[in-house]
Design a protein around this ligand. Structure first.
Ligand SMILES: Nc1ncnc2c1ncn2[C@@H]1O[C@H](COP(=O)(O)OP(=O)(O)OP(=O)(O)O)[C@@H](O)[C@H]1O
Length: 331
């Protein structure tokens, strides 16, 4: 992560509604790149985005986007920032081309430039001949691409993407994540993306900002969330009577190693020294089994929520709402 000027900076940003404090003294800096904004439903993500766009006033504290004050320079921010809302907000009876040209004109582009930029961004998001058909007949994936295209059409320096993979199947999600990476790598546009799918963030983002109950839980590089652990993941071929895992487990424990069973036929072995690898390899060979996997485990982003949950006494809603699984597969 570079130490250039932050694209977003907040200082003790607070938003109180009559019944709830949606943002609570949030102080955070977001550098250029692809940054994930993580939090369960109600954590304050959408409230933060609305304040950053200058659409909703903060109760107290301050914020800057691209060096512009969110309280006083909202329209200058919206000229330079693209926004992809979470919910379906597209008119069904116009084509993608008509809609995106309209949004480009609303952003102040002259007619010819609006048409040219629209053709470019629709091609970039992978909409071709279908861009002339009414949006009402589009698949969810095509609609998400139109929403991304309208966020990009005025050539912003930053885009705020609210749950861009919502409702997509695995292939559609991978395509959308690839597009999001290319928005940054091909055009140099910074991205702030919200999603509750932690696996997606691990793969897509350079940096993660985690909020909960309107407060900052952690802001750091994705790499630091996923540092290697002192655990080896071991997977072996099964034997005829299905006892392979148990036998390896028993032998390694007898040899003085600390072993636990993980999901899906994977044993986790604590690294006791340089010879742990050799000991595992020889044990598996002695048992006449094959070694499918022997690799050092990385931390998962989801562990930040597990750690937090075990350090609080009350039931935490976050584990119900933050998921490592795609939304469509959680229900
Ligand atoms: N206009 C409003 N009036 C009153 N309360 C609101 C308003 N907007 C948001 N809230 C409340 O503020 C809290 C934060 O909501 P927000 O929509 O920012 O969360 P979120 O992280 O974006 O969640 P989601 O993923 O569900 O959109 C919630 O408790 C919500 O009910």
């Amino acid at each position: 992560m570079s130490t250039s000027t932050p694209v977003i900076r907040t200082d003790a940003l607070t938003k109180r509604f009559p019944a709830v404090t949606a943002l609570d003294q949030l102080t955070v800096e977001v550098q250029p790149g692809v940054v994930g904004l993580v939090g369960s439903n109600g954590a304050g993500k959408s409230t933060l985005i609305k304040i950053l766009l200058g659409l909703s006033p903060a109760t107290s504290g301050s914020g800057e986007v691209l060096g512009l004050n969110v309280a006083t320079e909202g329209s200058a921010i919206r000229e330079r920032v693209g926004y992809m809302p979470e919910h379906d907000c597209l008119p069904p009876d116009v084509s993608a081309t008509e809609f995106v040209v309209h949004m480009a004109r609303m952003s102040g582009l002259p007619a010819t430039a609006a048409r040219e930029r629209t053709a470019d961004v629709l091609r970039h998001v992978g909409l071709y001949e279908e861009r002339y058909r009414p949006i009402g007949g589009y698949s969810t994936g095509m609609k998400q691409r139109v929403k991304l295209a309208q966020a990009l059409v005025h050539d912003p320096r930053l885009v705020l993407l609210d749950e861009p993979t919502n409702g997509l199947d695995p292939a559609g999600r991978d395509e959308m994540l690839g597009l999001i990476r290319r928005v940054h790598s091909d055009f140099g546009i910074s991205v702030l993306v919200t999603t509750h799918l932690l696996g997606e963030l691990e793969r897509t983002c350079d940096h993660l900002v985690v909020i909960d109950g309107g407060r900052l839980l952690r802001s750091s590089s994705t790499a630091s969330f996923t540092e290697v652990t002192q655990l080896l993941a071991v997977e072996v071929t099964d034997n005829a009577d299905g006892t392979a895992d148990a036998e390896v487990h028993q032998r390694l424990t007898a040899a003085g190693l600390t072993v636990s069973a993980d999901a899906a036929h994977i044993l986790l072995v604590e690294i006791a020294g340089d010879d742990t690898y050799d000991l595992i390899r020889d044990t598996v060979a002695d048992l006449g089994l094959g070694l499918v996997r022997l690799e050092q485990r990385r931390h998962r982003v989801s562990e930040i929520f597990t750690e937090r949950e075990t350090s609080t006494d009350h039931a935490d809603p976050i584990d119900h709402e933050i998921s490592t699984e795609p939304a469509g597969e959680r229900r």
